[in-house]
Design a binder for this molecule. Structure first.
Ligand code: DGJ
Length: 736
């Protein structure tokens, strides 16, 4: 009965909108999710405007009147809220689209043509709005894909050239948004090698704040296309209206946040137009990358949970599946290993209790052996001195030891000291007339060239064809693009300004081929630390490496920051020898993501080894909740000497809470107050047990006490973190 009314209402709204179109009146197009609405509307001249972005209204027909309630002064204000702002005509502010038409004219106007709404699947709706230039045959289709329950919107644009010959796209944003609120706070995530994802929040003032990258491949080394926008005050964890999102593009990006003269905000996001004018031949369509964002009225906590849940269900490869715990040899051996050393490490992996051994850099190259980071990249044949019996032998040896085997590659790169460089200089991105400039002694291969794409695909294909039991690939990418120039584009008379874009498209095309042939095998996205983690690449990868900085206190902060955007199942966290924290602290921190080890296990003391073995068993018992449960950031390391995060099972019957003392400056205050849990069932009864106890220590938590969920969420629990207990893991179990 209830759903019948709902259907009638929808038909009514649909008729209203269609009627509006037939009679030449205002067209109103709401893009709704469970709690929010983005509303577009046409004016008398058939231009399309954003007239509302906020809480969803009960009656969609009410959106018709929203625009009348704003009385911004005349002048520039009339151009600020365009749904996709063209350049060269009436608009004098930052454009979303800038085109040179076939006849050389640089002006574009966009008028509304039609829209279409489709239910793609349960929970997923797609709205396509068609715009057209009334003078030139240029079509622009705006796509809005929504996931209702997760309040997630994915927006992209398709530009079609129906003119007689080439047009040049000088700027082609993915999305152009407008917010009529008044005070805007932007959190950007910037960094450096070993300092990835450092947040910085600022109140936006009039003018444009740009976040961008021009690095080419490792575009996120210095900054990221992730953002948090908070309205009316700095972003908070559990209150306030926030938008949290990312441009899903693995190359140069540009996010422009423009506070207008009316104190409203325009937001334009897309591929960085820097050196990227794109020639679109007649009849062709250019599809931009997606801007993906979620809206929350309950702070960043809810926003992250929405995005994490969306990512697991709909985006990340095998997001709801399983992952492999592992022992990696990078920090244990660096380039210095051979078969006997590796065989010993396989046994270490087994005795620790992880699922897999991961062989890192250094296994290839013969004329130029990869014994250091200055040679061998590009020559993907086993080094006969180190590995005389080849990879196949290692896969078998690992299997005999009882673990799976995975391998590191960096297929987009080449060292000048390599046979590949000697044979295929034309495959290398470099300016032929200028001295080469290296990043980590290497150069980038030209993935705009289909032959190079075949070569990169071939590296992976060859490994899997020869070793069908290979369980994992770590795909690294350590260099940025210097001296951007492609011999392939030159030969084919394609403008050099296609290189940055076609490189990334080439990479996606290789990954599509890999996934068509090897759909499920786990692959880790790595980029000399965390220079690459985005929702376009995570369609093909199961996880990513957040940083080479594995010092556990820094990791608390790093993992905290990544968790705004990514679910724990995607975040690889390895226990290493970095820093001064005891092994328990290191393992506890790494257990908040996908756990791995990069240590010399046979050098661990007996107690440390026993602790690790038990902790891995514990991890196996709760990993389902860390990977697939709901994450609650309980106490921020930025605001407290302690940091606390909990993961709650979907049915609320179990939770795991991690708490750390990360700063000893205020150590005496660390146990003063309890920490309130979140996401439990208020009516359920729970018992709390401390796990991951170091051998010989006794917990100070009373495991017999019974608490209501209500108590734990309102009063909280005191994990008793102090100088002697700097890291505490609590298992919260429903009393049945
Ligand atoms: C950079 C990565 O971040 C490290 O984990 C390691 O794989 C090295 N590259 C190997 O060269």
């Amino acid at each position: 009965m209830k759903s019948g009314i709902h259907i009638k209402l929808n038909i009514f709204i649909f008729l209203l909108l269609v009627f509006g179109k037939i009679s030449g009146q205002t067209i109103t197009i709401p893009i709704e999710t469970k709690d929010n609405a983005l509303v577009l509307q046409t004016d008398k001249e058939n231009r399309l405007w954003i007239v509302y972005f906020g809480n969803k209204l009960v009656n969609a027909s009410d959106y018709l009147g929203t625009s009348q309630q704003y009385h911004f002064p005349e002048g520039n204000s009339g151009i600020y809220n365009n749904a996709y702002t063209p350049a060269g005509t009436w608009n004098l502010s930052e454009p979303a689209l800038q085109v040179t038409h076939a006849d050389g004219n640089p002006s574009t106007e966009l008028k509304y043509m039609s829209f279409q709404k489709k239910n793609e699947a349960e929970n997923i709706t797609i709205t396509i709005i068609k715009l057209v230039d009334p003078v030139y045959k240029l079509n622009v289709d705006l796509y809005y894909k929504t996931w209702n329950n997760e309040n997630v919107i994915e927006q992209w644009t398709e530009i079609t050239n129906n003119e007689k010959s080439d047009v040049v796209l000088n700027k082609y944003a993915s999305a152009n948004l407008f917010f009529s609120n008044k005070n805007f706070y932007l959190t950007s995530f910037q960094g450096e090698y070993l300092k990835e994802m450092q947040p910085s929040e600022e109140k936006l003032g009039q003018g444009i704040k740009s976040n961008e990258s021009k690095l080419g491949t490792r575009a996120m080394l210095l900054g990221t296309p992730n953002f948090i926008l908070s309205f009316d005050g700095p972003a908070k964890e559990n209150t306030g209206h926030v938008i949290l999102g990312q441009l899903a593009w693995s190359g140069n990006y540009k996010l422009d946040f423009e506070i207008t003269s009316n104190k409203t905000l325009r937001f334009i996001a897309g591929i960085n137009p820097y050196e990227s004018a794109y020639t679109l031949s007649a009849g062709r369509t250019f599809k931009t990358p997606s801007l993906i964002y979620t809206v929350s009225n309950n702070g960043t906590g809810q926003a992250s949970r929405q995005l994490q849940s969306w990512a697991r269900k709909y985006r990340v490869l095998n997001g709801e599946g399983e992952r492999l715990t592992l022992l990696n040899n990078w920090e244990a051996t660096y380039f210095d290993f051979d078969e006997p050393k590796l065989s010993a490490l396989f046994k270490n992996a087994k005795s620790l209790g992880v699922d897999m051994f991961l062989l890192d850099d250094g296994w290839f190259g013969n004329k130029y052996p990869r014994n250091n980071d200055d040679a061998g990249l590009g020559d993907w044949q086993e080094n006969v001195k180190k590995l005389p019996h080849g990879i196949g032998y290692l896969v078998k040896e690992a299997k005999t030891a009882g673990v799976k085997f995975g391998i590191w590659i960096e297929p987009e790169m080449v060292n000048p000291k390599s046979e590949l460089y000697e044979k295929h200089l034309d495959w290398v991105i470099r300016q032929p007339e200028r001295p080469e400039k290296y990043y980590r002694n290497q150069l980038v291969l030209d993935l705009s060239n289909p032959e190079v794409q075949d070569f990169v695909f071939g590296i992976v294909d060859d490994l899997f064809t020869k070793n069908p039991e290979l369980a994992f690939i770590k795909w690294d990418c350590n260099a940025v693009i210097y001296n951007a120039y492609s011999e392939y584009l030159n030969k084919n008379k394609i403008p050099q300004t296609h290189l940055y874009v076609d490189y990334v498209k080439g990479l996606y095309s290789v990954l599509q081929r890999i996934r068509a042939k090897y759909p499920t095998v786990s692959m880790m996205l790595c980029s000399g630390g965390g220079g690459r983690a985005d929702y376009e690449l995570l369609k093909y990868f199961t996880e990513f490496w957040p940083s080479d900085d594995t010092e556990p206190i820094e990791r608390i902060f790093l993992q905290w920051n990544y968790s705004y955007f990514f679910p724990s199942i995607t975040t690889d966290c390895h226990v290493t020898d970095w820093g001064k924290q005891p092994v328990k602290f290191r393992v506890d921190v790494a257990s908040m993501g996908k756990l791995g080890f990069d240590i010399v296990a046979n050098k661990l003391s007996k107690d440390d080894l026993n602790f690790c073995q038990d902790a891995i068993k514990n991890y196996d018992s709760f990993k389902d909740i860390v990977w697939h449960g709901t994450q609650y950031r309980l106490a921020s390391p930025y605001e407290n000497p302690v940091a606390s995060i909990a993961y709650v099972a979907e049915d609320k019957s179990k939770a795991i809470m991690f708490t750390y003392l990360h700063s000893t400056r205020f150590m005496e205050n660390a146990t003063e107050r309890p920490i309130q849990l979140n996401g439990l069932d208020a009516a359920k009864k729970y018992k709390i047990k401390e796990i991951n106890l170091y051998p010989g220590t006794v917990s100070s938590i009373n495991s017999n006490q019974v608490y209501s969920g209500d108590f734990l969420m309102k009063v909280g629990i005191n994990p008793d973190v102090n100088g002697k207990r700097t890291s505490v893991v609590l298992e919260i179990n429903e009393l049945k």
